[in-house]
Design a protein around this ligand. Sequence first.
Ligand SMILES: [Zn+2]
Length: 630
Amino acid sequence: MAAAEPIPGPAEVNSFIDDMNAAYEKVHVEYEKNFWSTKMGLAGASADELARTKSALDAFLSDAAKLAAVRKVLAEAQGLSEEQRHVLAILEKTFKTYITEDERAAQYKERLNQLEAELQQHRNNMALGYTVGGAFTKASSVQLRNTMRTSESEEVRKAAYEGLRSVGPHVAEKFAEIVKLRNKLARVAGYKDYYAMKLEQAEGFGMDVLFGMLDELERETRPLMEQARKTLAEQKGEAALQPWNTGFSLAGDVEKKMDPYLPFADAVDVWARTFAGLGINYRGATMALDLCDRLSKYSNGFCHWPQPAFYKTDGTWVPSQTNFTSLATPTQVGSGRTALVTLLHEGGHAAHFANVLQRSPFFSQERAPTSVAYAETQSMTLDSLAGDAAWLGRYARNSKGEVLPWAIIEEKLHSTQPYEVFMLRTMLSVPYFEKALYELAEEEVTPQRILALADEVEARIEGGPAPRPLMSVPHILSDESSAYYHGYVLAEMAVHQTRAYFLHKFGRIVDEPRVGQELADVYWAPGNGEAFLDLVKRLTGAPLGSAAWVKELQTPLSKKLEEEKHEYEAAVAAGPAIPPGQEPDLGMRVLLVDGDETIADSAQGGLAKASDTFKQWISKKWPAKETVAA
Ligand SMILES: [Zn+2]
């Protein structure tokens, strides 16, 4: 990747920036490596090392002497260049986010890191699964959710739901302790509660601004939710409203029909060609993909950056390093689609962070002051393509190369379009739950009250017990991802607004290289150096709002079918920009791994070949089930 010009301005200021960048890189890389090894259950993984390196990273970020040093340079250095000022400003902003004047804060943080590491292990060691006829089947939470969506037997689906519900009582006691301590930490830092603190640090605005937007969305979509529940009960019977039946009654059949057209074994290749067709380039990055589920593995897909991308002050480019995980069981119905959506999503985060073109890793790291909504807008815009007829007509093909038939897309739209609002309400329930949780008076924070509160919010926002019980959402437990889920809701608003903008401007998104270019130039290059709401306005020309999303939900099925049929026909006629088997150029080295094992490496013969090696590994490890005549 081409180097940039060295930063102009006094050389001693550049040395100061270099030292700060290097010191930050070190604590960041060490913590992230431990984060990966513990979440993936690698050999030698240690909860103690994770807690130690987390504390070292926290100590770095909350070091008041560093903030003072940055301010001294800003105030006293002569002849600072514009570029130097921009870097110093993000250093100041980042340190300010983590520094609390009160001594008790450091003590609370230390204790929280320990408690969270314990909770993580307690949760990982839980015998999660479902019991039918007295027999217990082990299953991760992702497997339980898949089982609920796909099992023909209501008894099994109900047991899987109860398996998910069992997470809450298992974690509630330790979690209550953590909630109380998080609020104490927030109060000594001068905030009303923990949610208010996290929000201000991550997004730079307050609870009134956030819940102003969310309350409006809640109001406007409540009638749609009520109507959707009524329609569901009328069409499929009252029982379909039971949390273990809803997902199955909506998608059970059509997912099975789609399954052969989104094979798990092709997911990496399809994702890579999709992104290359969008003109996305990773600027020399390296990415490790650990895609298959294992029992000891963390129960949510995620992507992180042991090495953030940046230009050094002398102009040398440092490409990003990414680790990326999903939880696929290749033989399970729906696993290919899930893997693809996760690849588009996490690969979207990776594309964003690999393209931050600033002079410090502070701009391209994923934590506060990086806005969650900003980060999620990138990944969710890209994973939204998997639902488009324009994408399915090009990329969804079975092992014989036949395209997914229109009739299946039509059936899917019939079964999902009237119920899209459920997804919105599921997302909304998490911020409303966490808001209520951190607003509880300290004496009310008990395991019983927390579990009851989750049920209350599910009833209020989702209309009844949720198919994904709130207490099984992994985000609420860990420090990094708690009080954070509103970011997905704001991002979804931005996704609809961004898509509407591109569709209006280019007439298409899939296989349109100007889309990747514009995302990189406007959304990605500045990193967290600019505010999320400003970037959305700059790209789309309008302030962020829920109008595009609500309009989408209100579109009558007949109109949606007509539009999508047209897109589908054009897609099939055109075919994918990069056909199967052709090498996609993403400017990236891809490693396919399974825990400690490296399965394939694109540095040896290219990505198409690595995808192929991965495919063979899958078929060996998960042989297709054959019926043997007795
Ligand atoms: Zn994400």
